[in-house]
Design a binder for this molecule. Structure first.
Ligand code: GDP
Length: 720
């Protein structure tokens, strides 16, 4: 039907007035506000826009993607919507929530846009993404081309949760499996990687995600293709290729027209590209029922625990772990409670008795209660599980200790009684014989026997105590190590982040360096990072050693702990560096570095360009100076030795007492773990050659843009 209206969803935030008028909905309607409340005016809006009477003749399109990736810009171009766009100059997020607007171009279609994708608002991000997935026929997945293949950047983690919960909530038990189109739109494409390769990478990532998600019963064998079709398109840079950007989007918009069937209409499309609207994508909700339906979906999403923030997951884990612990304790009680009761009764009666085979019974009961707990509870939130396990252990151990104490006291009392009986018996026997008897030696020998018997018990006790103590100490060491590692990670996060930020302000009083000399903040970046790193870890080691000594850890245990700490800390540093050098972050830093050199003079005063200025000269120097940063950043190399940092020597060889369990959770390190086949040089390489070249290209384009702007500004200034 050529005139089916469609609705476009977007995630944004603004306020809406009272009296319903079309003007007030110029930017569409906020379906869900930043407090996660559903807007009951949705039907008013859909009525004003004449969607309500459309029956099944409407389409719903949503967009999904990280904050400020140009989602609104895309929708506005595609559908003539007027979603708020981030102010270029200000770079502030202006809108939050989920927004919907009628398609204002030609064939009408509505789209929603789910944003709220602020780093601190993952919760909203997940929920709005799932909302979009559950309601829309077409989900535009919007991302920078450079994000392709990066698990984080490409929202893959988010997609995983969203897929998982979508299956659980909306697909399971549904006779007609709803199908949707995942339409990947890759932004700022530079065209060096063919679309078919990008497509392959994304499909591979998606199918990996699909394999890894936990699927409800009956859907274990399902494949991602059972639920989704895929389409891919790459768009040029909005500013650098402004005209092509507009004309490509124009072509793309033809695919969203109802009558679109023939891929040849648009040169953008691949042979295999499907039309965007297929009847099977439609959720079959009559338009007048949509507001209620959408609200129901949103309620379900709000009430779903798995989508909540980790704290909610922790709450769930706490609740479940407690339940599981109670169940596991039933078996323990069956074995131990009768012994406790008997011991208490004997003690009250003043006839303490040694319980036979107590050690064995206790051991078995302890092992089994922990094992049962572990089987069920280890599936829940890791941190909570570990804590609850420790709680259970100490509860169980406290009871076992009390039993042991009773046993010891019984051994003591019964030993005394046995001794006294034995001496009396010997004296009686001596008297019977009528002969003289040596009382002193009778006492002495019976005393020896009693002590020997008691010592047997005591040794058993000692042995058991030692075992328990060493296990508890190991656990305490682990807890300590985790605390210290966390401390290192957060310190490195701050201090290393700070070092990279210094790069952003390339000014440092140097302005555009005249002789290609890099400011010292750039040149010795890695030296400073290495210094900060080793200092931080040394500090952590001192804390670790001091605490470990305080609970009697052996020198070997401390040695292993420190070795682990160093390795883990390196891992933390490496991932911090990777985070800093993620394409987006890095480009941003380079841009700032360049702009500071270009736009400010040596005294840090902003330049006002006049046509007579040597704009080109300053530009070239600033650009070259920033370009030099790329190879510098690509490798972790100390300026003072012109070599990688001595990581191998610093970590050292594994201590002799390392157990396989100590190595379990540690990633191999190139150049340190011999059998890894990866050299130190490789471990220290953060950006490969291809990446560097690509970055240079992208940076240059960006710099060109800034230069042209400055040049125009200078000329503009003259004509005024
Ligand atoms: P949203 O938060 O994802 O909806 O993003 P916006 O549409 O508000 O855009 C964020 C910023 O990126 C704005 O300053 C846009 O001008 C800019 N922008 C939009 N599209 C593109 C694009 O294709 N390439 C680049 N480089 N910038 C874009």
């Amino acid at each position: 039907h050529a005139s089916s209206p469609s609705v476009v969803m977007n995630g944004h935030f603004a306020s809406v007035g009272d009296a319903p008028s079309r003007e007030q909905y110029e930017h569409g309607i906020q379906v869900v506000n930043e407090n996660k409340e559903f807007n009951h005016d949705l039907s008013t809006y859909l009525a004003l826009e004449k969607i309500i009477p459309a029956g099944f003749n409407y389409h719903l399109i949503s967009v999904f993607g990280s904050q400020s990736t140009g989602k609104s810009t895309l929708l506005n171009h595609l559908f003539g919507t007027e979603f708020g766009v981030m102010d270029e100059a200000d770079r502030r997020q202006t809108t939050r929530g989920i927004w919907m607007s009628i398609n204002k171009r030609g064939a009408r279609s509505d789209a929603t846009n789910g944003d709220g994708a602020e780093g601190e608002d993952q919760d909203f991000e997940r929920k709005s993404a799932l909302f979009a997935l559950a309601t829309s026929e077409v989900l535009i997945v919007n991302m920078w081309e450079t994000q392709v293949g990066l698990y984080q950047g490409a929202n893959m983690g988010l997609l995983k949760t969203v897929f998982e919960v979508n299956l659980q909530l909306f697909v399971k038990g549904n006779k007609n499996i709803p199908r949707s189109l995942l339409f990947f739109v890759l932004r700022d494409s530079i065209g060096t990687t063919p679309l078919s390769n990008l497509r392959e990478t994304i499909l591979k990532d998606l199918s990996n995600i699909w394999t890894s998600i936990s699927k409800p019963e009956g859907l274990e064998q399902s494949r991602i293709e059972d639920y989704f079709d895929f389409a891919f398109v790459a768009l040029p840079h909005k500013i650098l290729q402004a005209e092509k950007f507009v004309s490509d989007i124009e072509k793309l918009s033809t695919r969203f027209r109802e009558g679109y069937k023939d891929p040849k209409i648009s040169g953008l499309l691949n042979e295999e590209d499907q039309p965007v609207f297929l009847p099977e994508y439609h959720r079959r909700i009559p338009a007048d029922g949509f507001p209620v339906y959408a609200e129901g979906i949103w309620d379900q999403i709000l009430n779903n625990k798995d989508l909540d923030l980790p704290t909610q997951q922790e709450l769930l884990a706490q609740f479940r772990c407690d339940e599981i612990a109670r169940e596991a304790l039933i078996g323990f009680d069956e074995a131990i409670t009768p012994l406790e009761e008997k011991q208490a009764a004997d003690a009250t009666a003043g006839t303490p008795k040694i319980i036979p085979d107590l050690g064995k019974t206790m051991n078995e009961a302890r092992t089994s209660v922990l094992k049962n707990f572990e089987t069920e509870a280890s599936r829940y939130h890791k941190g909570v599980y570990t804590r609850k396990r420790a709680e259970l252990e100490s509860k169980v151990d406290a009871r076992l200790k009390a039993l042991f104490k009773g046993q010891l006291s019984a051994a003591h009392k019964s030993g005394v009684a046995t001794f006294s009986d034995a001496v009396s018996a010997a004296v009686k026997a001596g008297q019977k014989k009528g002969a003289s008897y040596d009382f002193a030696s009778i006492v002495e020998s019976e005393k020896q026997k009693a002590i020997t018997r008691f010592e047997e018990e005591l040794n058993l006790f000692r042995k058991e105590l030692d075992e328990v103590a060493s296990r508890l100490r190991k656990e305490e060491m682990r807890r300590l190590a985790t605390r210290v590692e966390r401390w290192v990670r957060s310190r490195l996060g701050e201090s290393v982040g700070l070092e990279f930020n210094k790069l952003g302000s390339g000014r440092g009083g140097s302005g555009a360096p005249e002789h290609g000399e890099k400011p010292s903040s750039e040149k010795d970046l890695w030296d400073r990072i290495w210094a900060v790193f080793t200092e931080t870890v040394e500090h952590a080691e001192a804390r670790f050693t001091e605490r470990a000594r305080s609970f009697d850890a052996s020198p070997e245990e401390v040695e292993v702990g420190i070795w682990r700490l160093r390795r883990k800390s390196w891992g933390a540093l490496r991932s911090k560096i990777e985070e800093e050098l993620m394409e987006g972050n890095l480009l941003l830093n380079l841009r700032e570095n360049f702009e500071d050199k270009f736009r400010y003079d040596a005294d840090g005063v902003p330049r006002i360009w006049r046509p007579t200025d040597d704009i080109e000269g300053v530009y070239t120097r600033a650009r070259e100076s920033t370009l030099q940063l790329i190879p510098l950043l690509a490798r972790f190399r100390l300026a003072r030795t012109n070599a990688p940092p001595p990581l191998d020597a610093w970590i050292g060889t594994p201590p002799a007492s390392v157990q396989p369990a100590d190595e379990e959770d540690m990633a191999p390190i190139g150049g340190v773990d011999e059998d890894e086949g990866k050299s130190l040089e490789e471990e220290m390489t953060v950006l490969g050659d291809a990446k560097q070249a690509d970055l240079s290209t992208r940076f240059k384009k960006m710099a060109d843009g800034v230069y042209v702007e400055a040049k125009r500004g200078a000329i503009g200034g003259v004509t005024q």
